[in-house]
Write a protein that binds this ligand. Structure first.
Ligand SMILES: [Zn+2]
Length: 446
């Protein structure tokens, strides 16, 4: 898509500013970035050549950030549901993913990103490991993101455990070289690449350190799954005589670049270590529930000032891929666990869904302030799920606790419309479905 310097004023009914609705405010954007927010009259006076777009009866909120997903898993939704982890893994991921060609990976990503976009996700981090001896799969995911118009961070997985399908596996040198090549190629635009050693059960210490070196060299975050299931903790203890986060600390990779995904079974002292090192947590509450992993101690992370972002994880282990959903889940699940209604409040959950994700991916998104990218969701104020709205203070609790996807009317990424009146703009929805059906037919025939 050609980049144009576009000057626009978006004039919705209200804008979410500092957690409250500001009525009658508009936002001026230029070249995909927010320049100013003010009344429509004042913005028109300051920027007379800007085109005005009225978003009538909509509230403008920042787009949500899905900080952890595996897009190809959208094709496996509903397969091996309600199974113990190893059966689920073997009957869905390990059975189908080795059969996926780059065009199937493209279809899976197109499908996942299309659904997410309609759910108000404007940035996604795809943790991707179907490498098949090269980078064709990685680039298929990047192409799909471009076609949907979603902002993408490809967390390129570095994987050297040979118990997995061989298409996942690379030796340390190859993984580092392929990841670095992609990091250099995609750095300025809507897609970026960061290193992501898979986990301590699927990446050796050398692989983890190779990932960290790349993150340092290119000043990016590093993502890694940590302590999702108890088996990983037991395995690390047996093999290395310590717990997962302590092992990462020993390897010298626990710092501000480190983003651990899940962190269900960390000991308190490990959470303190994360706080001291300014490392971050990416939390996937629905996935942890669906796969019977356990419940991460979010209040302990918050107490230790560990920033928290939210992820849906893959669609065959959740099985929804909406960050609004995860924001609701983190708050209500943690209340149920702690018996404390104040432990995660709606505004905490909303920050995790937006600015927390921005921080985990090191991107200027997640907030409606000058300098950030113009990534917005337009919420229908008269949708049943957003009502009643007799005071401004009801908006944010409704957004987190009661919103249904029917309330999502428009989505904009980088100043470009991606959803209008609930319909995708970049691709035909029936074509996405036709592609999904063709891929599933092919996979079933193998
Ligand atoms: Zn994952």
């Amino acid at each position: 898509m050609e980049r144009r310097i576009e000057k626009k004023i978006i004039a919705p009914a209200a804008i979410l500013l500092d957690g409250r609705l500001a009525w009658g405010r508009a936002v001026y954007i230029e070249a995909g970035r927010i320049v100013a927010t003010d009344t429509l009259e004042l913005l028109q006076a300051s920027y007379p050549d800007a085109k005005v777009e009225h978003w009538r009866n909509l509230a403008l909120v920042p787009g949500t950030v899905n900080a952890h997903n595996h897009s190809f898993q959208s094709l496996l939704r509903g397969i091996a549901a309600d199974q113990p982890f190893l059966t689920w893994r073997d009957e869905s991921l390990y059975k189908y993913s080795p059969l996926m060609r780059p065009k199937d990976i493209y279809t899976g990503a197109l499908f996942a990103f299309a659904e997410m976009m309609k759910c108000g996700v404007t940035t996604v981090c795809d943790f991707f490991y179907l490498h098949n001896d090269g980078i064709a799969g990685d680039e298929a995911v990047i192409r799909a993101a471009k076609d949907i118009g979603i902002r993408l961070v490809l967390a390129r997985t570095m994987y050297d455990w040979d118990g997995a399908p061989k298409g996942y596996v690379e030796d340390v040198k190859t993984a580092a070289a392929n990841t670095e090549m992609l990091m250099q190629k995609y750095k300025g635009g809507m897609a970026k690449v960061i290193p992501a050693p898979h986990s301590l059960h699927a990446a050796t210490p050398e692989m983890v350190q190779a990932g960290h070196e790349l993150a340092e060299k290119y000043n990016t975050p590093m993502h890694i799954h940590v302590s999702e299931e108890r088996f990983e903790v037991e395995q690390v203890k047996k093999e290395f005589g310590t717990t997962p986060l302590r092992l990462l600390h020993k390897l010298g990779v626990v710092d501000k670049r480190l983003n651990i995904i899940h962190g269900v079974w960390l000991e308190h002292e490990e959470i303190e270590l994360m706080g001291e090192a300014k490392a971050q947590l990416i939390y996937c509450p629905s996935s942890n529930m669906f796969l019977a992993d356990g419940i991460t101690d979010i209040p302990a992370y918050m107490k230790n000032q560990v920033p928290v972002a939210l992820g849906s994880d893959g669609a065959c282990g959740n099985n929804r891929i909406s960050v609004f959903e995860e924001a609701r889940m983190v708050a209500i699940l943690q209340k149920a666990k702690t018996l404390d209604a104040l432990c995660v409040k709606y505004d905490d959950a909303w920050k995790m869904a937006t600015t927390g994700g921005a921080r985990a991916l090191n991107l200027p998104v997640g907030d409606i302030v000058p300098g950030k990218y113009a990534d917005f969701v337009g919420i229908k104020l008269d949708d049943f799920s957003m009502q009643p709205l007799s005071s401004n203070q009801q908006f944010l609790p409704n957004l987190v606790y009661s919103l249904q996807p029917t309330a999502i009317d428009r989505v904009m990424v980088n100043g470009q419309d991606t959803v209008v009146e609930g319909k995708l703009m970049g691709v035909s929805e029936s074509e996405v479905l036709a592609r999904v059906h063709a891929t599933m037919e092919y996979l079933e025939e193998q």
